[in-house]
Design a protein around this ligand. Structure first.
Ligand code: NAP
Length: 320
C-alpha cells in the first residue's frame, strides 16, 4: 500500500484527490491547519472523512513538516494548500506571497532533508502566465504574472524546477487552468453565478452584481483534473504539465447560459465597477497536448457540459 500526503485536503481539489487516491487503495494523510477549526464539509460531502488520517501541521514551520514525513514515510506528497483566490490576493498581497511561496520551499527542503525519493506535486496555476504574446499557452510560454497570487505561484513553480535540477528531486508542476465543481467555494465566479441565479429564481434576491465579464478563461471539471495530478507522479521522469480544456469562454457567455437554462431574464445582471480588478488577463487558454500524449490524460468535456453538471447538482442539493 502506498502512502500519500495531501496538503490543502479541505479544499476542492484536496477532497477530490483524496477520493481518487482512496479508490486506488492509498493510505491518505491529510494536512490541516487546526483540529478545532478545519472545515471538513467537502470531505464529508464525498463521504471519505473517516477513511483519512488528518494531521495538524503548520507549513511555514519546517520541523512540523519534517515530523510528518518521518512519521508516515510517504511515497508521494501533493501540495495543494494555498491562499487560492486571485481577488483576495490584491487585498492580502504580502500574506498570499509569503505563504504560497515559503510553504513550498519548506516542503521541498524537508523532502531533501528526510527522503529525496518522495515524489512531489505542486499545484501551479495558469495565472502565472498573465500577459502573453500568443495563445494557446504551452509549457514553454514565458511568465508575466499580473496579480500577487500569480507572483506567489510563479515563485513556487521556479522553486520546484530549481530543486529538481539542483538536487534531483522528483518534483513536478501541474499547471492547472480554472477548474470547477459543486465543491468550489462561493467566492469563485462560476459557483457564485449558479448560487445567485438560483436565489433569484426562488425570489430570495433581485439582482446579480458582477465585475468585468468580458474576460475569457479556459474552464474545466475538477474531478477529471485531479486524475492528471496522480498521473504526473507515476511517470519515469518528473516534468511539468499544462492541464486545461484547450478552449476559453467569456464570463458573459457563462452568465447567459446559466440564466437561459434557469429561465431568468438577463436584465437583473448589473455591472459594478467596484468589482473590477486592478489588472486582469483578457483571454487565456492552453494546449493540453503534452498531458494527453505523455500522461495519457483524457479530457473531452466542453465547459457547457460541465455547467449542466454543476447546475443539476446545485439544484438537487438545494432541494434536499
Ligand atoms: P481551495 O478550495 O481554496 O483550497 C485551498 C486549500 O488550501 C484549503 O484546504 C485551505 O485550508 C488550504 N490553505 C489555504 N491557506 C492556507 C494556509 N495559510 N495554511 C494552510 N493551508 C491553507 O483551492 P482548490 O481549488 O482546491 O485549489 C487547490 C490548489 O490548486 C491551490 O493551491 C490553488 O491555488 C491551485 N489552483 C487551483 C485552480 C482552480 O481552478 N481551482 C487552478 C490552478 C491552481 P482551509 O480549509 O483551512 O482554509
Amino acid at each position: 500500500m502506498k502512502t500519500a500526503v495531501i496538503t490543502g485536503i479541505t479544499g476542492q481539489d484536496g477532497a477530490y484527490l483524496a477520493h481518487l487516491l482512496l479508490q486506488k487503495n492509498y493510505r491518505v494523510i491529510g494536512i490541516i491547519r487546526s483540529y478545532n477549526n478545519s472545515n471538513l464539509s467537502k470531505l464529508k460531502h464525498l463521504q471519505i472523512e473517516d477513511q483519512l488520517k488528518l494531521e495538524e501541521c503548520d507549513l511555514t514551520d519546517i520541523p512540523s513538516i519534517i515530523n510528518i514525513l518521518k512519521k508516515y514515510q510517504p511515497q508521494e506528497l501533493y501540495n495543494l494548500a494555498a491562499q487560492s483566490s486571485v481577488g483576495l490576493s490584491f487585498e492580502q498581497p504580502i500574506g498570499t506571497i509569503t505563504f504560497n511561496s515559503i510553504s513550498v520551499l519548506n516542503l521541498l527542503e524537508s523532502i531533501k532533508i528526510v527522503d529525496k525519493s518522495i515524489r512531489f506535486y505542486q499545484a501551479s496555476s495558469s495565472e502565472m502566465y498573465g500577459r502573453v504574446a500568443r495563445l494557446p499557452i504551452t509549457e514553454e510560454t514565458p511568465m508575466h504574472p499580473l496579480s500577487p497570487y500569480a507572483i506567489s505561484k510563479a515563485t513556487a513553480c521556479w522553486s520546484v524546477v530549481n530543486y529538481r535540477e539542483s538536487y534531483g528531486l522528483y518534483a513536478c508542476n501541474g499547471v492547472l487552468f480554472n477548474h470547477e465543481s459543486y465543491l468550489r467555494t462561493e467566492n469563485f465566479f462560476v459557483k457564485k453565478i449558479i448560487k445567485n441565479a438560483l436565489a433569484i429564481k426562488r425570489g430570495q434576491q433581485t439582482e446579480l452584481r458582477v465585475g468585468n465579464i468580458d474576460i475569457k478563461r479556459d474552464f474545466g471539471y475538477a474531478p477529471e483534473y485531479v486524475k492528471a495530478m496522480w498521473l504526473m507522479l507515476q511517470q519515469p521522469h518528473p516534468e511539468d504539465y499544462i492541464i486545461c480544456s484547450g478552449k476559453s469562454v467569456s464570463l458573459r457567455e457563462i452568465i447567459e447560459y446559466v440564466f437561459n437554462k434557469l429561465e431568468i431574464p438577463l436584465n437583473v445582471v448589473i455591472s459594478d465597477p467596484t468589482l473590477f480588478r486592478p489588472t486582469d488577463i483578457k483571454d487565456i487558454y492552453g494546449d493540453n497536448g503534452k498531458a494527453k500524449r505523455q500522461l495519457g490524460w483524457n479530457y473531452t468535456l466542453s465547459f457547457f457540459d460541465v455547467l449542466n453538471l454543476l447546475i443539476e447538482e446545485e439544484v438537487k442539493r438545494t432541494k434536499n
